[in-house]
Write a protein that binds this ligand. Structure first.
Ligand code: NAD
Length: 377
């Protein structure tokens, strides 16, 4: 008789991504449908800037509906996705006394606050349920769909984290009017990614109406379709690979050269700081130059991506994208993250993609020159 066992189990995952406009209008029952026992006190973890504009609206909703609550405010911004803030939040959760199975934890904010809340939820008592309410455009189209949580650690993005989806992500575009232009374009950076790599119709909407979407804080008759298309593509790409067992991921487009550059830009005084969506957007254009060099994109298509980026208020270059050593360091780190393979998604015509695994140091130097030409024309 051998002492050798195998445990074989499965954990089916279901979560909703639902748009509930004007969620905090006191007579809107959309949120109530998701928060379970209304007598259980809720812990609202709210981004400080969201609280500045919407605290009264949010708390009046809970008061009007007789739902007990307590609130915690956390700062957004990449530098706040830290171990220190994670433990501050966990301490607040412990003092609040969250139950293990009630839906009492609700994150309301951008990707930073939602990533912190998700990671804390996955750790606290080995996992408690939570809800995500994204308040940035990037949060709505990207963070809301994925199962990932995370914080930055030892100068690396999302080095600590978990795959821990919420019970639901609840979307409400009425939070968007108070976003600064840089946050609107940051969200548009993740949306153009999806258009270029996987949805030509979405790309064409951005090409035709991108300037209006950007200038009107995403308020336009195409906004609904843009969100619908972006989330549908993300869902289709992610749901069969939620735990990223397959490291060939089209949604990694724009995330190959940029991760180290994004973090380094925040630590280096003599170059502009890059938001997440802006770092992704520059990587997209750089990767499109690679695609053009390989003959997978025409010059006309490359120019269209450049023009659309401009319309969306996105930066099209950054000093670090001309530095072969940082680019190669970043790509090498990405290769480690992809288990030793480049798995570099690039467009194969607009709206479609292939993966490369043979990009060399010398080729990246050539790409820098194409990238320079397109930015100087
Ligand atoms: P963010 O959370 O830092 O928010 C950007 C800024 O907008 C902050 O200053 C915030 O205070 C402010 N803000 C938020 N909502 C507002 C509102 N309605 N009105 C006014 N100001 C508001 O940044 P982000 O762009 O939302 O998210 C970026 C983060 O998301 C990155 O850390 C990235 O790694 C993460 N992310 C995670 C996933 C995932 O799968 N978990 C996916 C994509 C991105």
């Amino acid at each position: 008789m051998k002492n050798n066992w195998k445990i074989n189990t499965s954990n089916p995952i279901t979560y909703s991504i639902s748009q509930i406009e004007n969620m905090f209008d006191v007579d809107n029952t959309g949120l109530i449908d998701y928060i379970g026992d209304l007598k259980q006190k809720k812990l609202l973890v709210i981004d400080v800037n969201v609280a500045t504009h919407y605290f009264t609206r949010i708390t009046q909703y809970f008061e009007a509906n007789n739902i007990p609550y307590q609130s915690v405010l956390l700062d957004g911004g990449e530098c706040n996705k830290s171990v220190e803030n994670l433990f501050i939040l966990l301490e607040k959760m412990e003092n609040f006394g969250l139950n293990r199975r009630d839906i009492s934890l609700i994150g309301i904010g951008g990707g930073v606050v939602l990533d912190l809340v998700g990671l804390a939820a996955s750790m606290y008592r080995r996992g408690i349920p939570y809800l995500r309410i994204p308040t940035t455009l990037l949060g709505i189209v990207d963070v809301s769909v994925a199962a990932k949580t995370g914080i930055n650690y030892m100068t690396r993005r999302n080095r600590l984290g978990s795959y821990y989806p919420p019970i639901a992500s609840l979307l409400d575009t009425t939070f968007l009017p108070t976003l600064k232009p840089i946050e609107i374009s940051s969200g548009l950076g993740e949306i153009i990614k999806i258009g270029v790599i996987a949805d030509l119709d979405l790309f064409n909407i951005l090409y035709n109406f991108g300037d209006i979407l950007y200038n009107n804080n995403f308020n336009h008759h195409t906004s609904h379709e843009v969100i619908h298309r972006a989330i549908s593509v993300m869902k289709n790409q992610l749901e069969h690979n939620l735990w990223e067992t397959d490291l060939k991921r089209s949604m990694d487009f724009g995330h190959s050269f940029s991760p180290i550059i994004e973090m380094r830009s925040l630590e280096t005084d003599d170059v502009p700081s890059l938001s997440h969506g802006h770092a992704v957007a520059i990587d997209i254009l750089f990767s499109c130059c690679l695609s053009y060099k390989r003959g997978y994109l025409t010059k006309e298509d490359l120019d269209k991506v450049y023009e659309t980026s401009k319309k969306l208020g996105l930066p099209t270059d950054h000093p670090m994208f001309y530095d072969i050593n940082i680019l190669w360091e970043s790509l090498s780190d990405t290769v480690k993250h992809r288990n030793g393979n480049q798995n570099l998604p690039i467009p194969n015509g607009l709206g479609s993609h292939i993966f490369l695994n043979d990009v060399t140091f010398d080729e990246v130097i050539t790409i820098i020159n194409i990238f320079k030409d397109i930015n100087e024309k």
